[in-house]
Every structure is written in C-alpha cells, then in structure tokens.
Design a protein around this ligand. Structure first.
Ligand code: NAD
Length: 422
C-alpha cells in the first residue's frame, strides 16, 4: 500500500477504521499506550479543569490527510473538522504538490507582540522617548516574569512605541516583542505586559489601560510554497482558468473572504487536532489579510518558466506544542505524536502547507468542474442522515442520491421510503 515512512497512499479512504489506525500506528511508531488514545475520550475531571461550568464533552470527527511531503519529510496529518471534503481535498492537493517535491516552508523567529496602552499623557512624544531610553530596564523586568522562557533562549527581546491619535486624545501603545519559543505565548506575553505596565505608566507620566497581546502576530510568519505540475492538473487551459479564479480573490474582498475561509478549513482542522487556539489563528490570518488596508488573499499563484503553477501562502502562525490545552487533551497529544513534530515552528510549517494544499485543491475544483461535484458526493451522507436513514441505509441512500445527481433532502426522503418499502 505504501513505502516505509511514506505518506503517499492511495485508497486510504477505502480501508476500515481499524486498518487506518494500524497504518498510522506503524507510520508514527506509536506505542500501545499511545494508540490507546485513539479511543480514549477527554475525561470529565480534565474537561472541568479546562473550562468553566462543564457538563460534558463535545466530539468532532478526526480524519487523516495523506500524501503530505513538507521540507523533504513525509507527514500524516490529523485534522479535526465537521465539514466533509476538507480532508479529501487536502490529501488531493498534497498528492499533486508531491510531483515537484511537495511543500517548502520558512518561518520567522517565534516573536509575539504584547500591547500596553498608555493614556492621559501630557507630552506623548517626550513619554515615548523616555520609554525608549529605559528599554533595557523594561525588557529585564519583563524577562524576570518567565525564567523558563529566558533559559530556553526566548523572552522579551525588544520594544517599540507607537503614538496614536484618537477621539479620546493622543495615546501611546508600547509593543513588547517576545520570543515565545515553542509556546503559543498569549499567557506568557500577557504576564509580561501586566508586569511592565506600571513602570511604563510612571515613565510616561500617564495611565496604563490595556495590557494584552495582539493576535495580529505579524512578527511570527510562516511561508509555504509548492509547485503544481501543469500536466498533472490538466494542461494549460486549466492553469489559465485557475489563475483567472485566483485573480478575483487577489482583487476583491468578497471573493477573498471565501477563498481564505477555504484555507482556514484546513488550517483550523490541524490547529484543533493539536489542541491549539483556532480563534487566535483565525484572528491573525484575517487581520494579516487586511494589512494593506484592502482585505485580500492569503495565497498567491504565478507560473514558473515551464508554465507550472507556483503557489505560496503567507500568514501569522501563533501555535504551541507546550502550554495552553496542548498537553492536557489526550487526543491533542496523540495528534502531535502522529505528526512527529519537535517544535512549534514545525507545527506552523505543517499548518501552513495544509492551508496551501486546501486552497489549491478548492481553486482547482472551482476553476474546472465546480465545487459541488466532490462536495455534494460526500455531503450526500449528511443528507441521508437528515432524511432519517439509519445504519446501512445511510450508505445505500447516499449512493442513490449521488447516482441520480440530485442530492436534496426532499428527494432523499422519497428514496428512503422506497428503500424501506423494499
Ligand atoms: P502557557 O502559559 O500555558 O505556557 C507557556 C509557558 O510554558 C511559557 O511561558 C514557559 O514558561 C513555559 N514553557 C515550557 N517549555 C517551553 C518551551 N519549550 N517554549 C516556550 N515556553 C515553554 O501558555 P501560553 O502559550 O503562554 O498561552 C497560550 C494560551 O493562552 C492558549 O490556551 C490561549 O487560548 C490562551 N489565551 C489566548 C489569548 C489570545 O489569543 N488573545 C488571550 C489569553 C489567553
């Protein structure tokens, strides 16, 4: 079925769930204890420690994207999502990227930005200068808050001061740039912001108000790129159609919103599966997409000298492999083991590559057969369940709906009655 440690596998969807689990167990060299996590649920005492007012837990399907090769390493990628087609599309995009070696990525250092807002200033420019002149003292105070981080080579590295005019008067916003290493970093940065705020207020001769990180993590960027072979994707006419489709996302926020939503279909699924904060990733992605003042695509496409499509994605990637929920949730631990990642940057590279694969596959479908063909075939099972199908009826009814090409709830109800009469 597949080479040793190769993620390239065809017909994975045809295997039973047990066989898929056995495949992953072998690929990721999972121990018996680790593979027991496939069936373990988030226990209530743990859930009760994670959020407030717990009354239960909530499950999502966990699928596996295959075929991914990123920076010359093969990955099987766990994805938690409720939406059909997402895992299949990612796997399909990854398969096409493999023809030219898969995805290559680069990342900036893991710098997160904390904001401290200073108000009621008598002399904003003078206050800014005063703060900058005391930069080293402020950074030292910030770093005293997190010895673990500084021992790992991270910590507060720099600060910047911005002067903003507002209807409430001029305010200063001090940006604290913190290297958070393998953490998502929100708690670490917020703690530092709260610690330095009184000192900043005193230096500025003003009042400190907000003390929290920004999710526009534009100092923590991942870039992934891949070349998609013209012949593999259907020839020159398909490439032209693809570029026409892409162009609308580049120039029109109405299209870009949907284009980027498709990207986040893939990225969020990886972020959730690894126990990370998907709202932080979403906020960062969309704010970054609007950074020029006009909301645009997070991906870009062009042709190389041979006429192949070269796709690139660039977005903030505030993910962690320590802290937050990452270590509390048993399935998140399992998913990180399956990925075999050793740093937050590597997880970011995987998530970025999934976003590009997802976007490429969706745009290819949209540019050619349309999105509904693949989507509705998978969606047919949901419609079958909505119509009341149970057990073996679900696949039977879904197959009939797909064969007829009419995947509609009213038709599904009629067909279900026919199946039952027989
Ligand atoms: P955290 O405080 O749980 O863990 C980070 C800490 O782990 C570091 O400060 C460090 O002391 C320690 N650590 C140990 N090994 C490390 C390593 N190799 N690299 C880096 N740090 C290491 O979590 P966090 O990452 O600071 O914050 C993430 C959580 O904050 C998430 O759950 C997120 O949902 C939440 N949060 C988010 C926002 C937001 O996005 N706006 C706001 C508040 C809280």
């Amino acid at each position: 079925m597949a080479d040793e440690k190769s993620s390239l596998v065809s017909g994975f969807y045809k295997l039973s769930i047990d066989d898929r689990r056995a495949f992953v167990k072998h690929f990721a060299a999972l121990s018996g204890e680790e593979s027991a996590l496939f069936t373990s649920a988030l226990d209530l005492p743990t859930a009760d420690r994670m959020i407030e007012n717990v009354i239960g837990t909530f499950e999502l399907p966990l699928g596996l994207a295959v075929n991914f090769r990123i920076n010359n390493k093969d990955y099987l990628i766990p994805m938690a999502t409720e939406e059909s087609s997402v895992v299949a599309a990612a796997s399909n995009g990854a398969k096409m990227a493999r023809v030219h070696g898969g995805f290559s990525t680069s990342s900036t250092p893991p710098l997160m930005t904390g904001q401290i807002q200073l108000l009621q200033l008598r002399d904003a420019a003078g206050a800014a200068q005063e703060i900058i002149s005391r930069k080293q003292d402020i950074l030292r105070l910030a770093n005293e808050q997190d010895k673990i981080l500084t021992d790992l080579g991270g910590g507060a590295k720099d600060l910047e001061v911005r002067i903003l005019d507002s209807p409430l008067g001029t305010m200063l916003v001090v940006h604290l740039l913190v290297d958070v290493r393998d953490a998502m970093g929100a708690n670490a940065v917020n703690t530092m912001c709260e610690a330095v705020a009184p000192v900043l207020a005193e230096l500025a001769d003003g009042k400190a108000r907000l003390r929290i990180l920004t999710n526009l993590a534009d100092r923590r960027i991942v870039t992934a790129t891949a070349t998609f072979d013209t012949k593999t994707i259907g020839g020159d006419a398909v490439v032209d159609a693809f570029l026409e489709s892409y162009m609308l996302a580049a120039i029109d926020p109405y299209r870009a919103a949907t284009h980027n939503k498709g990207i986040m279909n893939g990225i969020d699924a990886v972020i959730i599966a690894t126990g990370n904060d998907f709202r932080a990733i979403e906020a960062g992605a969309h704010a970054y997409a609007a950074r020029t003042g006009c909301y645009t695509s997070l991906t870009s496409y062009e042709q190389d000298e041979e006429g192949n499509l070269v796709g690139t994605i660039e977005l903030p990637m505030a993910v962690g492999i320590v802290g937050g929920a990452a270590n509390m949730h048993p399935k998140a631990r399992l998913c990180r083991r399956i990925l075999g990642i050793s740093s937050a940057a590597e997880l970011g590279a995987v998530a970025g590559s999934v976003g590009l694969a997802q976007n490429f596959a969706a745009l290819l479908a949209l540019s050619t057969v349309g999105i509904q063909k693949g989507h509705m075939s998978l969606h047919a099972k949901n419609i079958a369940v909505m119509a009341g199908a149970q057990g073996a009826e679900i696949d039977l009814l879904a197959d009939k709906l797909v064969a007829e090409g009419k995947i509609k709830l009213d038709r599904a109800k009629i067909l279900l009655e026919e199946i039952r009469r027989r």
